[in-house]
Write a new protein. Structure first.
Lengths: 344, 344
DNA sequence: TTGAAAGCGGTACCAT
DNA sequence: ATGGTACCGCTTTCAA
């Protein structure tokens, strides 16, 4: 399997210098005379020497890798997340390990195992147990992405609750809607749980009785159409508005509603969360909340990277990024006037 | 950062045995007396010793990691792909490194860099240059996923061309459609290029003149709606049928067509490829080609894993997995009679 | 400036 | 069955 078996000693022998010198040259550290440097470089070039990552990592006691743990990637949200994370990791010469705990019982162990192969880990909120998170945090720097961890673990998230309150208030107050439902499972995901809380808060604020329970479904398009089927089966109990935990669900619900011959927003209002690329392209375009997913992940990577570089430093503060309410047609608005920050 | 600093020597000293014995116990290799084993286990337990992955990897000259390279993950296709790959890697105690070359100029270098950190790599067809692929292959075992590489590099793919020919023939012959368009870019993706070829072949077969060029767009839902907008802007040049390179595009095109007030399949037929979960759930359900994405990735992982275990062995044969034509309503069929293998 | 040598954390061969 | 020890490939003192 090729020439990857060339080692420092080999090069040292070939160039007639010591391994220390080779190391210095290949790393650009220390002082090396022009003459030596030339000889070494020549040998390196000639034999295609590239320092072995393992040897280097062992000596440096650093893997040069970051971990990213999520439930099971799906949809544009995770796409953005991974790319945002990579956008910071790659320039820092750190590779990215991913782990989908999705549907696996032993995910806590898997994560702990991963901790032995990376310098730091970002965990999507809700993917592993709190004890496991704590254990993990004493092994490597950890940050919770999209959620909140125990006090000691920093996190990066968005202002889900106020954003969802704002959106729900718009439906309740500006559009006078009364029978709203919330689609999504607050149980496993901190994000969704906060959005559900924001949904409830807006109801409380307006004195409208909210539904007792959310419609619990997963976060993908198919789940949205399934939810729509269930919600619109019986016209007498059908809601005025379907507030979805994310755009994927909303897109599915929209397809499902349209497929049953309903008009949106005339017969039913549908809203999302994320502002995924499709949100603006469907008919009617989706009213939603834009969140900076890429930045979120990039911020997480940055936090970890700096914790890795400054071991023993103070735990970084948690970060909450702002969202933006995006009004389009699916909520019943004719145009898009009231845009702007979440506003509190 | 916790007790991860416990080493073999430490444990050996604590248990009053040699490092060799500790190693034997912690690996379950060799013969160890009950007494020794107990003492060692006790010390291990007490100090929470877990062998360091780097030390182990260096000694074994094996990373215990596999790489997965793709253009830029998006949509259900890549979700399935990653999970299929992981489903084989994780049980083999190999972690998964991912690399999205998407929009990066130096992807060839990135991939070569990755090769130094993993034992083998799966590369999605069309993501890196052929020279880079060859270089890569002399560093570690490589398999091309969804595409074909140079003769010496094994690949795993599906029978794209015949499958697409079958689907197109159905439109041409069974439905008598004449003005078909193909949406997708054959350029970067071997999969798409084969599907385009299959599309052309069916036309040739039936003596129908195919469009001179495909409608080149990326592989996601937004691209599909954009394509629809462009295709249906001018009614006089609108196609009878939109054959999409994958379901994502088809879903987008469907949304776009429906959004413009067109009826599907009455006004225009739309077909996909993949049989993603949404395909069966939209209205009308999508006629498409089912491909075993998960199996594809799992097979790739298996191939790499066995190449890693049997270094110097013969290059494994390339594998072509069968697809299944799935007839639903979007092609104009009332029901779903003609199902079955691709048939050749 | 350069080199010898001591690790980094494990594994495994070779004696005993 | 057990222990001593030489690696694995690279970095980094410490002397010269």
């Amino acid at each position: 399997m090729g020439n990857s078996r060339v080692t420092v000693r080999e090069i040292a022998r070939l160039a007639g210098v010591s391994v220390a010198t080779v190391s210095r040259v290949s790393n650009g550290t220390g002082q090396v005379s022009e003459e030596m440097r030339r000889r070494v470089l020549e040998a390196i070039e000639k034999h295609g020497y590239r320092p072995d990552h393992l040897g280097r990592a062992l000596a440096a006691r650093r893997h040069g890798a970051l971990g990213l743990v999520f439930p099971g990637l799906s949809g544009p949200y995770f796409t953005e997340l991974i790319q945002g994370f990579e956008s910071e990791a790659v320039p820092a010469r750190a590779s990215v390990h991913i782990l989908c705990t999705h549907l696996r019982e032993d995910s806590d162990d898997q994560v702990l195992e991963m901790a032995r192969r990376v310098d730091g880990v970002a965990v999507i909120g809700g993917t592993i147990s709190e004890p496991a998170l704590l254990r993990l945090a004493e092994l490597v720097p950890v940050v919770v992405l999209a959620g909140r961890g125990p006090e000691t673990v920093p996190s990066v998230s968005v202002d889900n609750a106020p954003a969802m309150t704002r959106l729900t208030r718009h439906l309740l107050v500006d559009h006078g809607l009364r029978r709203l439902v919330f689609v999504g499972s607050p149980d496993g995901s901190p994000d969704v749980s906060e959005r559900w809380a924001g949904f409830l808060a807006a109801h409380r604020e307006s004195g409208v009785t909210p539904p007792a329970e959310p419609v619990r479904v997963a976060m993908q398009q198919p789940d949205g159409v399934l939810a729509a089927e269930q919600l619109f089966r019986d016209p007498t109990t059908a809601p005025d508005a379907v507030v979805c935990a994310n755009d994927e669900i909303a897109l599915g619900a929209l397809v499902g509603a349209l497929g049953r011959g309903l008009r949106v927003p005339e017969d039913v209002v549908i809203t999302g969360f994320d502002d995924a690329p499709m949100a603006a392209l469907v008919t009617p375009p989706l009213t939603t909340v834009r969140q900076p997913v890429r930045d979120l992940a990039a911020e997480a990577a940055r936090l970890i990277l700096s914790a890795v570089d400054a071991p023993g430093g103070p735990a970084p503060d948690s970060i909450v990024l702002p969202t933006e309410f995006v009004v389009r047609r699916s909520c019943g608005c004719a145009t898009e006037p009231p845009t702007g920050g979440t506003g509190k």
